[in-house]
Design a protein around this ligand. Sequence first.
Ligand code: NOJ
Length: 564
Amino acid sequence: MTSEWWRTAAIYQIYPRSFADANGDGMGDLAGITSRLGSLEALGIDAIWLSPFYTSPQKDAGYDVADYCDVDPRFGTLADFDAMLEEAHARGIRVIIDLVPNHSSDQHPWFQEALASPPGSAARGRYLFREGRGEHGELPPNNWESVFGGPAWTRVIEADGTPGQWYLHLFDSSQPDFDWTNEEVREEFRRILRFWLDRGADGFRVDVAHGLVKADGLPDWTPPQGSGSMGGAGGVTVGEDGAGVALEPAISEENGDGAPYWAQEGVHEIYRDWRRVLDEYPGDRVLAAEAWVDPLPKVAKWVRSDEMHQSFNFAYLETPWNAASLRTVIDDSLDAFGSVGAPSTWVLSNHDVVRHATRLAVTADNPQGHGLGPRSKGIPEYADGLRRARAATALMLALPGSAYIYQGEELGLPEVIDLPDDARQDPTWFRTNGERYGRDGCRVPIPWEATAPSYGFGPTDASWLPQPAQWAELARDRQQGVPGSTLSLYQDALRLRREHDLGSGTLEWLDGFDADTVAFRNGDVTVVANTGSAPVALPGGTVLLASGELDGSLPADTTVWLRA
Ligand code: NOJ
């Protein structure tokens, strides 16, 4: 068994805008991250992944990059990055950064040059410019829709002042897609990889890793009903009692896979090329794919032995809190990733989805990416959602492989539902005229100290999204060292996971348990999760960890770890 760190790592996602703000301008920054790394070391994680902090107009919260090799002044400087990396490494924490290769910002010098250059020029050839359809080119070149809503094409005004070509943007109109058939684009990204590897980054989380290559001819395509907004993932269908009943089919081989912009075979050669770049460097550097692809055996193609190291397991994230569905997705994940020699990953929350302290107990259909707001239905009581989320996390952290944690979930933060309309910033909100709330509700700056301004997010009251009054109780200092707090649960689970080598263990299903339970052994630890509504018998053994109070039985929505 190989001991590469990423096979078993607990990786903590930092969303820099909302983690810690050193200069008090209401936007988190790199110096803020550095100042709080001690808390993450105490939490017991192995690595951090930082969402983008590069030069960017922030039209999509930094996933619109204008300079891939510099830090946006809002977040600090390259020297701040170096200091953060050094401090993280000194604490034994590895640092993965985000790479956004599908598109740049429209403020990127290449795109500005393309706009100033004529159709057919080399500058336009780095992006996907096309002539429009219709008599005067007034219609978009094809029928593709942006993931954030509305058409995936925008028409430019040419130098002579007349409407001219169109450019493709799978996301916001401020995010033009690169043309990955262009060797100059490929070479530029090798340079970017090396720039950060030379600085000491431990790896990259690769944004939209299923989207870079588009089918020849850019043919029309209409997604099947129910396909979700992040590009391929379907929504979860939820039963009356709030328990999920099935995974609504995502775009898959069965139901019309074939979107000419997702999961094209050509992407794999790009990752083989990048893998060769990473392999030039010492120290187990990693590539992690954000590929919203279905089903799992297809996701596993991204982590074949000469491609990336990890791929996010969105099938797991989308699985409802339902024992049968969980058993199936766990088996499918271990089989699919295991078949190519990769570890499975596990994830419940990130900056694109409704926080799982809310999501797992939502009782109405809520397609991924649509978000929640005052008009949404089926929103659970906080205590019910939190109870289920804690049970789900305790289950996830016992699974073999690598687990991702999103900042704030260790505090039990719920989705913020009641953000004022004028505070919302997700392009989804604007591009759908407020029909979809989007992702701001999971991005609110996190609370550190109950009585400090902005709950210790920064030295002032400023916070780029307003923080709910109830978050004082959830602040880290209120939970630190408090038995039974969500923070203590995460700390204990991460410590035990390490002590019992659960990340590198082998899962063995246990028979004889209620149908509503997920029960397995991993090494010397027995794990039982009760996803039903009635208590079930607690097996014998010493309790190592419990996600909720045990009263002689295992209550509903509770997970326990035992040593036989
Ligand atoms: C996936 C990122 O996680 C999301 O936040 C972003 O909006 C899109 N990719 C586009 O870059």
